[in-house]
Design a protein around this ligand. Structure first.
Ligand code: COA
Length: 189
Protein backbone atom coordinates (compact mmCIF):
# COMPACT_ATOMS: atom_id res chain seq x y z
CA UNK A 1 0.00 0.00 0.00
CA UNK A 2 1.27 3.46 -0.92
CA UNK A 3 1.08 6.33 1.51
CA UNK A 4 1.36 10.00 0.65
CA UNK A 5 0.46 13.38 2.08
CA UNK A 6 -1.65 15.72 -0.04
CA UNK A 7 -4.44 18.31 0.18
CA UNK A 8 -7.66 16.39 0.95
CA UNK A 9 -10.26 18.63 -0.82
CA UNK A 10 -11.19 15.89 -3.28
CA UNK A 11 -12.15 13.70 -0.32
CA UNK A 12 -14.88 16.15 0.68
CA UNK A 13 -12.81 17.69 3.46
CA UNK A 14 -13.64 21.28 4.38
CA UNK A 15 -10.66 23.32 5.60
CA UNK A 16 -13.18 25.22 7.76
CA UNK A 17 -14.12 22.20 9.89
CA UNK A 18 -12.82 22.87 13.40
CA UNK A 19 -9.98 20.74 14.71
CA UNK A 20 -10.22 20.31 18.51
CA UNK A 21 -7.24 21.08 20.75
CA UNK A 22 -4.69 18.28 20.60
CA UNK A 23 -5.79 17.15 17.12
CA UNK A 24 -2.82 15.16 15.76
CA UNK A 25 -2.40 16.44 12.21
CA UNK A 26 0.54 14.11 11.75
CA UNK A 27 -1.84 11.14 11.61
CA UNK A 28 -3.47 12.47 8.41
CA UNK A 29 -2.53 10.69 5.21
CA UNK A 30 -3.72 9.32 1.92
CA UNK A 31 -3.62 5.56 1.50
CA UNK A 32 -3.73 3.94 -1.87
CA UNK A 33 -5.57 0.62 -1.50
CA UNK A 34 -4.64 -2.62 -3.19
CA UNK A 35 -7.28 -2.09 -5.88
CA UNK A 36 -5.92 1.39 -6.63
CA UNK A 37 -8.65 3.39 -4.88
CA UNK A 38 -7.34 6.17 -2.65
CA UNK A 39 -8.73 7.10 0.77
CA UNK A 40 -7.93 10.05 2.99
CA UNK A 41 -7.39 8.99 6.60
CA UNK A 42 -7.56 11.42 9.48
CA UNK A 43 -8.38 11.44 13.20
CA UNK A 44 -12.08 11.88 13.96
CA UNK A 45 -13.45 15.38 14.71
CA UNK A 46 -16.82 16.48 16.18
CA UNK A 47 -18.04 17.60 12.74
CA UNK A 48 -18.01 13.93 11.66
CA UNK A 49 -21.34 13.38 13.45
CA UNK A 50 -23.29 13.91 10.22
CA UNK A 51 -21.14 11.46 8.26
CA UNK A 52 -21.38 8.85 11.04
CA UNK A 53 -25.16 9.18 11.20
CA UNK A 54 -25.40 8.67 7.47
CA UNK A 55 -23.14 5.62 7.42
CA UNK A 56 -25.00 4.07 10.36
CA UNK A 57 -28.38 4.66 8.63
CA UNK A 58 -27.15 2.96 5.49
CA UNK A 59 -25.24 0.13 7.15
CA UNK A 60 -26.55 -3.41 6.67
CA UNK A 61 -27.71 -5.39 9.75
CA UNK A 62 -24.91 -7.97 9.47
CA UNK A 63 -22.19 -5.31 9.56
CA UNK A 64 -23.76 -3.71 12.64
CA UNK A 65 -24.12 -7.12 14.28
CA UNK A 66 -20.49 -8.03 13.64
CA UNK A 67 -19.37 -4.68 15.04
CA UNK A 68 -21.66 -4.42 18.11
CA UNK A 69 -22.61 -8.08 18.80
CA UNK A 70 -26.29 -7.25 19.10
CA UNK A 71 -29.12 -7.12 16.57
CA UNK A 72 -30.32 -3.59 15.75
CA UNK A 73 -27.94 -1.54 17.89
CA UNK A 74 -29.06 2.07 18.27
CA UNK A 75 -27.07 5.19 17.51
CA UNK A 76 -28.36 7.52 20.22
CA UNK A 77 -27.03 11.01 20.88
CA UNK A 78 -24.72 9.85 23.63
CA UNK A 79 -23.12 7.15 21.52
CA UNK A 80 -22.73 9.50 18.55
CA UNK A 81 -21.08 12.09 20.79
CA UNK A 82 -18.73 9.49 22.20
CA UNK A 83 -17.77 8.25 18.71
CA UNK A 84 -16.85 11.71 17.47
CA UNK A 85 -15.34 13.33 20.58
CA UNK A 86 -12.03 11.77 21.59
CA UNK A 87 -9.00 13.04 23.48
CA UNK A 88 -6.47 11.74 20.87
CA UNK A 89 -4.49 10.16 23.69
CA UNK A 90 -6.45 7.48 25.54
CA UNK A 91 -9.23 7.42 22.98
CA UNK A 92 -8.57 7.76 19.27
CA UNK A 93 -10.47 7.04 16.06
CA UNK A 94 -9.19 7.17 12.50
CA UNK A 95 -11.69 7.71 9.70
CA UNK A 96 -11.07 6.84 6.03
CA UNK A 97 -12.85 9.04 3.49
CA UNK A 98 -13.41 8.08 -0.13
CA UNK A 99 -13.24 10.59 -2.96
CA UNK A 100 -16.43 12.62 -2.66
CA UNK A 101 -16.44 12.42 1.12
CA UNK A 102 -18.13 9.16 2.16
CA UNK A 103 -16.70 7.72 5.40
CA UNK A 104 -15.87 4.17 4.27
CA UNK A 105 -13.82 2.87 7.18
CA UNK A 106 -13.33 3.60 10.87
CA UNK A 107 -10.81 2.18 13.31
CA UNK A 108 -10.63 3.17 16.95
CA UNK A 109 -9.06 2.41 20.25
CA UNK A 110 -10.90 3.08 23.48
CA UNK A 111 -8.85 3.34 26.62
CA UNK A 112 -8.99 5.02 30.00
CA UNK A 113 -6.65 7.78 31.23
CA UNK A 114 -3.42 6.42 32.71
CA UNK A 115 -4.22 2.81 31.79
CA UNK A 116 -1.86 1.00 29.44
CA UNK A 117 -4.56 -1.10 27.72
CA UNK A 118 -7.17 -0.13 25.19
CA UNK A 119 -9.78 -1.95 23.12
CA UNK A 120 -9.80 -1.63 19.36
CA UNK A 121 -12.71 -1.89 16.91
CA UNK A 122 -13.18 -1.63 13.16
CA UNK A 123 -15.80 -1.22 10.52
CA UNK A 124 -15.28 -1.03 6.77
CA UNK A 125 -18.06 -0.38 4.26
CA UNK A 126 -18.78 -3.69 2.45
CA UNK A 127 -17.99 -2.22 -0.97
CA UNK A 128 -14.54 -1.26 0.32
CA UNK A 129 -13.55 -4.61 1.82
CA UNK A 130 -10.76 -6.98 0.79
CA UNK A 131 -8.62 -4.09 -0.44
CA UNK A 132 -6.45 -3.80 2.66
CA UNK A 133 -8.27 -0.86 4.22
CA UNK A 134 -8.72 -2.39 7.69
CA UNK A 135 -5.12 -3.63 7.59
CA UNK A 136 -3.90 -0.14 6.73
CA UNK A 137 -5.98 1.46 9.47
CA UNK A 138 -4.79 -1.13 11.99
CA UNK A 139 -1.16 -0.36 11.16
CA UNK A 140 -1.73 3.35 11.73
CA UNK A 141 -3.68 2.74 14.92
CA UNK A 142 -1.00 0.50 16.40
CA UNK A 143 1.66 3.09 15.56
CA UNK A 144 -0.39 5.88 17.15
CA UNK A 145 -1.14 3.83 20.28
CA UNK A 146 2.52 2.96 20.74
CA UNK A 147 3.55 6.61 20.32
CA UNK A 148 1.05 7.56 23.05
CA UNK A 149 2.46 5.13 25.58
CA UNK A 150 -0.14 2.38 25.37
CA UNK A 151 1.26 -1.09 25.96
CA UNK A 152 -1.59 -3.47 25.14
CA UNK A 153 -4.35 -3.51 22.56
CA UNK A 154 -7.17 -6.02 22.73
CA UNK A 155 -9.73 -6.76 20.03
CA UNK A 156 -13.09 -8.38 20.74
CA UNK A 157 -14.93 -9.98 17.85
CA UNK A 158 -17.50 -12.67 17.25
CA UNK A 159 -15.98 -16.11 17.03
CA UNK A 160 -17.48 -16.53 13.57
CA UNK A 161 -15.60 -13.60 12.01
CA UNK A 162 -12.76 -14.93 9.86
CA UNK A 163 -11.93 -11.48 8.49
CA UNK A 164 -11.07 -10.13 11.95
CA UNK A 165 -9.24 -13.29 12.96
CA UNK A 166 -6.98 -13.11 9.89
CA UNK A 167 -6.50 -9.36 10.07
CA UNK A 168 -5.33 -9.56 13.68
CA UNK A 169 -3.15 -12.64 13.26
CA UNK A 170 -1.33 -10.98 10.36
CA UNK A 171 -0.73 -7.88 12.46
CA UNK A 172 0.91 -9.96 15.20
CA UNK A 173 -1.96 -10.33 17.69
CA UNK A 174 -1.87 -13.49 19.78
CA UNK A 175 -4.25 -16.42 19.30
CA UNK A 176 -7.80 -15.49 20.29
CA UNK A 177 -9.32 -16.71 23.55
CA UNK A 178 -12.98 -17.52 23.06
CA UNK A 179 -15.64 -17.05 25.71
CA UNK A 180 -19.38 -17.43 25.02
CA UNK A 181 -18.89 -16.92 21.29
CA UNK A 182 -16.76 -13.79 21.65
CA UNK A 183 -13.07 -13.97 20.77
CA UNK A 184 -10.43 -11.74 22.38
CA UNK A 185 -7.00 -11.28 20.82
CA UNK A 186 -4.25 -9.13 22.24
CA UNK A 187 -0.99 -7.57 21.19
CA UNK A 188 1.76 -6.12 23.35
CA UNK A 189 3.23 -3.03 21.74
C1 COA B 1 -13.35 -7.04 9.62
C2 COA B 1 -13.28 -5.92 8.59
C3 COA B 1 -13.04 -4.60 9.31
C4 COA B 1 -12.11 -6.21 7.60
O1 COA B 1 -12.02 -5.11 6.72
P1 COA B 1 -11.22 -5.19 5.33
O2 COA B 1 -10.88 -3.80 4.93
O3 COA B 1 -11.98 -6.01 4.36
O4 COA B 1 -9.91 -5.99 5.73
P2 COA B 1 -8.62 -6.20 4.84
O5 COA B 1 -8.94 -5.92 3.40
O6 COA B 1 -7.51 -5.45 5.44
O7 COA B 1 -8.44 -7.76 4.97
C5 COA B 1 -7.47 -8.35 5.80
C6 COA B 1 -7.51 -9.86 5.63
O8 COA B 1 -8.59 -10.41 6.34
C7 COA B 1 -9.06 -11.58 5.63
N1 COA B 1 -10.44 -11.42 5.26
C8 COA B 1 -11.09 -10.26 5.02
N2 COA B 1 -12.39 -10.50 4.76
C9 COA B 1 -12.54 -11.85 4.82
C10 COA B 1 -13.64 -12.70 4.68
N3 COA B 1 -14.86 -12.22 4.40
N4 COA B 1 -13.43 -14.02 4.84
C11 COA B 1 -12.21 -14.52 5.13
N5 COA B 1 -11.12 -13.74 5.30
C12 COA B 1 -11.28 -12.44 5.15
C13 COA B 1 -8.23 -11.75 4.40
O9 COA B 1 -7.18 -12.65 4.65
C14 COA B 1 -7.72 -10.35 4.22
O10 COA B 1 -6.54 -10.28 3.51
P3 COA B 1 -6.51 -10.66 1.94
O11 COA B 1 -7.62 -9.90 1.29
O12 COA B 1 -5.13 -10.21 1.55
O13 COA B 1 -6.67 -12.14 1.84
C15 COA B 1 -14.60 -5.85 7.75
O14 COA B 1 -14.88 -7.13 7.25
C16 COA B 1 -15.79 -5.33 8.55
O15 COA B 1 -16.02 -4.12 8.63
N6 COA B 1 -16.59 -6.25 9.15
C17 COA B 1 -17.77 -5.83 9.91
C18 COA B 1 -17.40 -5.19 11.24
C19 COA B 1 -16.56 -6.15 12.10
O16 COA B 1 -16.59 -7.36 11.94
N7 COA B 1 -15.82 -5.59 13.05
C20 COA B 1 -15.02 -6.40 13.95
C21 COA B 1 -15.45 -6.27 15.39
S1 COA B 1 -14.87 -4.76 16.06
Amino acid sequence: MNEQRETPARFGQSPAAARPPGYPTELERILSLRDGRPVFVRPVIPADELAFEREWREADPETLYQRFFTPQPKLDARRLHSFTHVDYQWRLALVAFAEGGRAVGIARYEGVPDQESAEIAFVVNPTWRRAGLASGLLGLLVEAARARGLRHLVALFLQDNPAMATLLARAGFGPPQVNAGVAAAEITL
